[in-house]
Design a protein around this ligand. Sequence first.
Ligand SMILES: [Fe+2]
Ligand SMILES: [Fe+2]
Length: 194
Amino acid sequence: MTKILEDLLQDHRNLARLWDLLGRELNVFKEGGLPDYALVESILDYCINYPDLCHHPKENLIFEKIRERDPAAVGAIGDLKKEHDKLVALTWRFSTAVSNVIDDEQLPRDWFMDVANNFLSFSRNHMQMEEVLFFPAARKTLTDEDWKDLEETVENVEDPLFGKQKQEKYQGLYQEIMDWGGMSDGTKNTGSAP
Ligand SMILES: [Fe+2]
Ligand SMILES: [Fe+2]
């Protein structure tokens, strides 16, 4: 597998872990408890600063290459760029709602839950679609030359949460992920600091 696809799949494994963590906090909210809003805010901040900035743009470039090679192959995938735009909008919407709750704004519970669920289910469905339709189409359609071109074009940004150089502001979130039971790629929870 090419390095770009390997990196994208690793991002998906990391994101799946974050969606599970988010789901855990939403369940607390659904049952009338007080979720860890700071943790939810940190997850959304990461989404704005890494997947929205780096992961989706890489996928958009791959999508355009597939379209060039085989326009019919993109038919089943749909409009990937539009899905990414929608994801960005849902992330900002949810993030603003959480910031307002933290600032003591009273938001209708049902509305807040809808905003959260829209974000979570759209994100999960989108990743699933990519793994079932988009990545296989890329593997099938693109040539070695295409992948080489893409490697030279994509901008590689260090993952500020799961990468080697973690940003200070995500240390709490990373620790929570580790304490919660390790990474979805099977890395064991050692209980030690990252
Ligand atoms: Fe995507
Ligand atoms: Fe993706």
